[in-house]
Design a protein around this ligand. Structure first.
Ligand code: PSV
Ligand code: MN
Length: 426
């Protein structure tokens, strides 16, 4: 199924007056305070976030998984779902595939479908954390870091195959996330594991097309519980530097120990021109994969404040790959993704309201109170009318969640696909 522009417009009509009232009030007061509202709207419209193909079905924990009816079971259906998200939000104009879950059977047809829905192919993800049927070697004790050369070679070849697949679709980046590590002290030689990983990544890097990036993701623990080979941004940055100019660090919000100052990590990586991509989610305890902005919206705003500063001031850092990386255990995945897109745009819009010139001046004066006031002035602004206005300009919904529900999208999907479908994913 798809959601048509007409359906969205009909729904919008009921809310247009209320929207205009709140938008005009906000736009006026922002303009009086020196903000360029048209520029903010343009930035919001241009900001597109990739949807990972594995997040369109119900996620599970190691204790169980509760299916969500009408899940997409093919790549075509996954792209259809992203098309629905994009029609409503105008922010989900990209998909991030995970190989081997999403190997297209007909590349031309998949590309055409994505084109029709205005969806680009963002970074492709390799998977060396699971054994595939008929695989010769096992990743039980690691992949790129494994003590066995045969296992490492298999994992390297898989990554090269993923690049090939992505290349046929128009992707321009490979994201590598490794589950490699150890669960017990003494199990691994840290130095050997790290060196093997570096050497393997270099081989993959050598197979990267000229205009591609290699994004190296880090995570402190899980599935291994004692050590992870690429545990933090320092390890990721060292590996990226060891590969070359086209290799970057990728920050996943959930991959930090509690209370880590993620905004500082983001700022320093941008300064060094080495921040390559971003995975959005939220967490209270660890890699909880909850909806971004649902637990720590202020931290998300502070991160965006650094991103906005970096985008303005760090031409040495390339454009970033933005992706949602959450797991939808109990919510309808599409509703959860709509909430995520809204939270991301909200944090971005608020960050654009920070008066950077005044902040710099207050920092120079060591006026700590003023610095906080300036950040919180922006954070406390209700920017939702700006988000709605940006969506409206390109045919999106004033209120995407409401429209999704009123159009009974999930019921339609269940009618088309049945109840017992299962999407591949994490
Ligand atoms: C596992 O933690 C994970 O969620 C990583 O964040 C990756 O980005 C993703 O899986 C897909 O490999
Ligand atoms: Mn991730």
């Amino acid at each position: 199924m798809n959601v048509t522009k007409q359906q969205i417009q009909d729904e919008n009509k009921k809310h247009l007056d209320a929207h205009h009232n709140s938008y005009n009030y906000l736009a006026d007061s922002l303009t009086k305070n020196g903000h360029n509202v048209d520029h903010i709207l343009k930035q919001l419209s241009d900001f597109q976030v990739a949807i990972p193909s594995w997040a369109l079905g119900a996620g599970g924990t190691r204790f169980g998984r509760f299916s969500f009816y009408g899940e997409p079971s093919t790549l075509e259906q996954k792209i259809d779902d992203i098309g629905i998200l994009h029609s409503l939000t105008q922010t989900a104009g990209a998909v991030s595939l995970h190989i081997p879950w999403d190997i297209p059977s007909d590349y031309k047809a998949i590309k055409e479908k994505a084109d029709q829905l205005d969806i680009k192919f963002d970074a492709v993800n390799s998977n060396t954390f699971q054994d595939q049927t008929n695989a010769k070697e096992s990743y039980k004790f690691g992949s790129l870091s494994n003590t066995s050369k045969a296992v490492r070679d298999q994992a390297i070849q898989h990554n090269l195959d993923v690049i090939d697949i992505g290349n046929k679709l128009g992707s321009k980046a490979l994201t590598v996330w490794l589950a490699d590590g150890s669960s017990f002290p003494g199990q691994n030689n840290f130095q050997t594991a790290f060196q093997n990983t570096q050497d393997s990544l270099i081989e993959i890097y050598q197979g990267l097309p000229q205009d591609w990036k290699l994004l190296v993701e880090y995570k402190p623990y899980e599935p291994n519980f004692y050590s992870t080979v690429i545990q933090d941004w320092g390890a990721s940055l060292m590996l990226a530097n060891g590969c070359g100019d086209k290799a970057y660090t990728l920050v996943d919000l959930g991959h930090h120990l509690p209370n880590t100052n993620i905004e500082q990590i983001v700022a320093i990586l941008q300064l060094k021109g080495k921040l390559g991509g971003f995975h959005f989610n939220d967490s209270k305890y660890g890699d909880d994969d909850l909806t971004v902005g649902s637990i720590k919206p202020y931290a998300l705003f502070l991160i965006f404040n650094e991103l906005v500063y970096g985008i303005e001031n760090n031409p040495q850092n390339p454009d970033l790959a933005w992706m949602i990386d959450a797991s939808h255990n109990i919510k309808d995945p599409l509703e959860d993704l709509i909430q995520s897109l809204e939270a991301i745009q909200e944090a971005y819009a608020k960050a654009m309201l920070v008066d950077q010139v005044a902040l710099k001046a207050a920092q120079m004066d060591n006026d700590v109170v003023k610095c906080q006031e300036l950040l919180q002035e922006a954070y406390r602004t209700d920017v939702r009318p700006l988000l709605a206005a940006a969506r409206l300009q390109t045919g999106g919904a004033i209120n995407p969640i409401n429209s999704y529900r009123l159009l009974s999208v999930r019921d339609q999907l269940i009618k088309e696909r049945g109840k017992n479908t299962i999407a591949t994913g994490l």
